[in-house]
Design a binder for this molecule. Sequence first.
Ligand code: GLC
Length: 585
Amino acid sequence: MSVAPVAADEPAPAEKPDATRARPDGWWKSAVVYQIYPRSFADSNGDGMGDLPGILPRLDYLKRLGVDVVWLSPVYVSPQDDNGYDIADYTDVDPVFGTLADLDAVIAGLHERDMKLMMDLVVNHTSDEHPWFAESRDPGSAKRDWYWWRPAREGHQAGTPGAEPTNWGSAFSGSAWQFDETTGEYYLHLFSPKQPDLNWENPEVRRCVYAMMRWWVDRGVDGFRMDVINLISKPTELLDGPIADAQRYSPAFVPVANGHRLDEFLAEMNREVGLDVANLISVGEMPGASIDTALAATDPSRRELGMVFTFEHVSLDQVPGGSKWDLADLPLPVLKGNLAVWQEGLAEVGWNSLYWNNHDQPRAVSRFGDDSAEFRIPSAKTLGTVLHLHKGTPYVYQGEEIGMTNTNFTDISQYEDLESVGYHAEALTLGLEAEAVLRSLSVKSRDNARTPMQWDDRSHAGFSEGIPWLPVNPNYVVVNAHAAVNDPDSVFHHYRRLIELRHRDPVVVHGRFALLLPEHDRLWAFTRTLENTVLLVVANMSAAALELPTDQLPDLTGAVLVLGTHGQTDGSTLAPWESRILRLA
Ligand code: GLC
């Protein structure tokens, strides 16, 4: 246990915030967030695993990029079943990452440089090794009700196939219910069996979560990224769902996501932790959330969250009703149309978060751009242009700023991620072709995002002096931060200029968004307008030159190039993957 001033289930002594104070305007609206996935960022002690002391010497790199906030994926005490998204102690740091003092040093280092820290908050579930769950295993304990324990399905022998309380499948693989021999009951886990779901219906659970959050705020963190937060309000009755062909279970997310008490819980959390009154940044991860859900959660008058992560645009390359492992085509009109609908939906009320990738998604340049030697750089830059010029708070995932690509695994033994390994086993059981399964993994596996950060061209890309926990992408010799920082035309410097532009020009933060030529299948064009200022963004999303349809675009006479991917070009032809931000006269 840590130096935490309180036991894990006791409220912290921190003062409750004064909810009568007015909500200040969100500073995070003009901010850019950088996500650090700590186990893959920088290793200071040669054990092959990134850690907190490894982050410290890299803070100046982040400052140079210009980001305002670091979102740190979980560093809490954890058995690491899901790389830290399974927490066994919310108020201490796992030894693989360092100590609380190391985390304090990162917070101080960020604050000294005028940057902020957003902690990952994983409270839909804990680890099965959390003391709360250990206690909950005892049916006589007051904590039994802190998790979702249920008897076997009526008329079934507990522990036998089909006896699970419902037919729900977990997000990773297998049933969402785990049988407990000792008590003959099952507990619910929407993710791995080592991630039992907390019961938010129980007010004590909520009280302890809020107290823990206040403890972190008092320690100096500036906000929270809330893991799968729209799963916390479960239905009152847990009922079977439909099972699609070639599936064994009904996806548990469908009946659980965006439950009837979600807004109530979020508002209570905001009030009790003082998210608004302390002017903290908050973003809720919400798989399966609609614009309406996001609108409710980010409407300032409701005082819930600052913004949410939608999953719609990262689910478009799957078959409708299918799974993330589908390899469906993604026509440009569908992608830009989806982003535009969200821009529209949250235009007046609420706020968008903007992202291409994170630790759960494949690398943006491989998925939405072109990671060939010829077009990796321009397409990575153009993806940056397009995303950062939308209205909302942009997120940069480590390595995106240097155009890191998907990796090259060809054998299941190379994968570490439990979701990937679980999918492989389940798919083979269901009779899918091994080759097709490996192909899906190579395109969609989360491990694509988790290979170590490529710092330079030394062995292991300067990430570690030891053997990295996941092999470095062999392209590190060319794709690395050292090379990018030293090349004024790199993806890094394009991202740096995009971030600078956002900081400098209010039209990028507040301007009204309008999509142009929505049906064009290679051109992504839109305007941002604030009073008399109009920016026009034109982006060639293809590997062939593109003649601008000037007759269908705003008048370009007198337009000034604010930032382009190909330097000071003009004329009406965009080179492959060229994009320009123009200020209209
Ligand atoms: C979120 C995290 C993901 C994790 C899951 C369960 O989606 O981003 O990495 O596996 O929740 O905590």
